[in-house]
Design a protein around this ligand. Structure first.
Ligand code: PLP
Length: 389
C-alpha cells in the first residue's frame, strides 16, 4: 500500500500543550494550572436560551454565515465595545470558535509562498494553519524587555516583499501582554506603508485589567485591511459551545464564507441562539468573571514576588508567564521536574515558540483554592532548588 498521508500534515508536530495533561490525568493528587479554559460554567441565562431553542425545535442548519439575529448582535457589540462599524450582511461570519476563523482567514488570503508574520510566544495554531494554507510562517520573537509587545522595530525587521499578513495576537496567550492604543499607533503606519493585512486575534478582548481593549481595526485605514477575530469561549465561558466569529472587508469575508460553507456548513445552531443571549444580556457576567480573574492575577503577582519567581505584570488574558531563567534549567526540564516532584502541571514557554524558552505559562483560570494549593507546592520546589529546604 502506498503512503496514505500528506507530507505537509505529517511534518507538523502536535501541540506541545497536551503532553503534560495526558500525564496529569493519570497522576493521583496532581494539580493542573495548565489549561487555558475558564473554570466558570456558562452563565445560566445563556444555557437556558440554548435549552429553549432545542425545546422550540430549532434543530436545523442556519444560513452559512450565521443567524441574522446573532450577526446583528455581533455588529452592535463591535460598535459598542470596539468602536468599529460592520455591516452584518456582508462583513461578519459566525464560525466554529475563533479557531475556525483563524484557519479560514489564512486560507482565504494566502497564495503559495506568501509570508505570514507571527509574533511569538503565541497561540499554537497560527504556524500550522499558515503551513496548511501553503503560506510561509515568519516568526517575530517578542521579548520580555518589551513586555512581550510587538514593536515597530521588530515588525520592520521581518518584512520582505513576500510578506502579506501580520497575525496580531493580543491580549496574548501565553504571556498576558496587551497592546495599548499607543503601542498600536506605532505599528499602524508600518502596516499601511507595507500594504500588509492583519489577522487580529482578539479572543481575550474582554479580559483586560488595565483599561479597555483597543482593536487595531478602529484606526483610520485599518478596518479595510484587518480581519478581526473574536468568540465566546473565553469571555462568556463557552468553550464547549464552539462559537466564534470574524469581521472584516466584504471581499475577504465572501471567500472565507465559501470555505466555511464547504468545510463546515454552519456553526452549531443551538450555540448561535445561546450566543444572542450572551451578547444581549451578558455584560454583567463578563464583568463578574473579569473581576474574579483579576483578583487571582493580583494574588499570583504577589505570591510570585514573595517566592522569588520573576514575572512581568500581565495586563490581559488569564495567564502568568514567569521567568525561570535563574534556575539554569530549560522550561521543559523545570515543568517536568515540577510535575514529577510536586505534582503541579504548568506549560513550558517553548510550547508557544522558541522565544518562550526560560518561561512557564501558568493559567489562573482556576479557583483561588486550587491556586493556593498549587503555589504552596511551587514554593517548596523553588526552596529546594535554592537550597533553602
Ligand atoms: C489566542 C487564542 N486564540 C484562539 C483560541 C481558540 O479559541 P476558540 O476556538 O475556543 O474560540 C484560543 C484558545 O485557547 C486562544 O488562546
Amino acid at each position: 500500500m502506498r503512503n496514505p498521508l500528506s507530507e505537509k500534515i505529517v511534518s507538523i508536530p502536535p501541540s506541545g500543550i497536551r503532553k503534560f495533561f495526558d500525564i496529569v490525568s493519570e497522576m493521583e493528587g496532581a494539580i493542573s494550572l495548565g489549561v487555558g479554559e475558564p473554570d466558570f460554567e456558562t452563565p445560566w441565562h445563556i444555557r437556558e436560551e440554548g435549552i429553549y431553542s432545542l425545546e422550540k425545535g430549532r434543530t436545523f442548519y442556519t444560513s452559512n454565515a450565521g443567524l441574522k439575529e446573532l450577526k446583528i448582535e455581533i455588529c452592535k457589540y463591535l460598535q459598542r465595545r470596539c468602536n468599529v462599524a460592520y455591516d452584518y450582511n456582508t462583513e461578519v461570519t459566525v464560525t466554529v470558535g475563533g479557531s475556525e476563523a483563524i484557519d479560514i482567514a489564512l486560507r482565504a488570503m494566502l497564495d503559495p509562498g506568501d509570508e505570514v508574520l507571527i509574533p511569538q510566544p503565541s497561540y499554537v495554531s497560527y504556524v500550522p494553519c499558515t503551513v496548511l494554507a501553503d503560506g510561509v510562517p515568519v516568526v517575530i520573537e517578542l521579548e520580555e524587555k518589551d513586555q512581550f509587545k510587538l514593536t515597530k522595530e521588530k515588525l520592520l525587521e521581518k518584512i520582505t516583499p513576500k510578506t502579506k499578513i501580520l497575525v496580531l495576537p493580543f491580549p496574548n496567550n501565553p504571556t498576558g501582554a496587551v497592546m495599548t492604543r499607543e503601542d498600536l499607533a506605532e505599528i499602524v503606519p508600518v502596516i499601511i506603508e507595507n500594504d500588509l493585512f492583519v489577522i487580529s486575534d482578539e479572543i481575550y478582548s474582554e479580559l483586560t485589567y488595565n483599561g479597555d481593549h483597543v482593536t487595531i481595526a478602529s484606526f483610520p485605514g485599518m478596518k479595510e485591511r484587518t480581519i478581526l477575530i473574536n468568540g465566546f469561549s473565553k469571555s462568556y465561558a463557552m468553550t464547549g459551545w464552539r462559537l466564534g466569529y470574524a469581521a472584516g472587508p466584504a471581499e475577504i469575508l465572501k471567500q472565507m464564507i465559501k470555505i466555511h460553507q464547504f468545510a463546515i456548513m454552519c456553526a452549531p445552531t443551538t450555540s448561535q441562539y445561546a450566543a444572542v443571549s450572551a451578547l444581549r444580556d451578558g455584560d454583567e457576567d463578563v464583568r463578574t468573571m473579569r473581576e474574579s480573574y483579576n483578583q487571582r492575577r493580583r494574588y499570583l503577582m504577589n505570591a510570585f514576588e514573595e517566592m522569588g519567581l520573576d514575572c512581568f505584570e500581565p495586563h490581559g488574558a488569564f495567564y502568568m508567564f514567569p521567568s525561570i531563567k535563574r534556575f539554569g534549567m530549560t522550561s521543559d526540564e523545570f515543568a517536568t521536574r515540577l510535575l514529577k516532584e510536586e505534582k503541579v502541571a504548568v506549560v513550558p514557554g517553548t510550547a508557544f515558540g522558541d522565544s518562550g524558552e526560560g518561561f512557564l505559562r501558568i493559567s489562573y483560570a482556576y479557583s483561588l483554592e486550587d491556586l493556593k494549593r498549587a503555589l504552596a507546592r511551587i514554593e517548596n520546589f523553588i526552596k529546594r532548588l535554592d537550597g533553602k529546604a
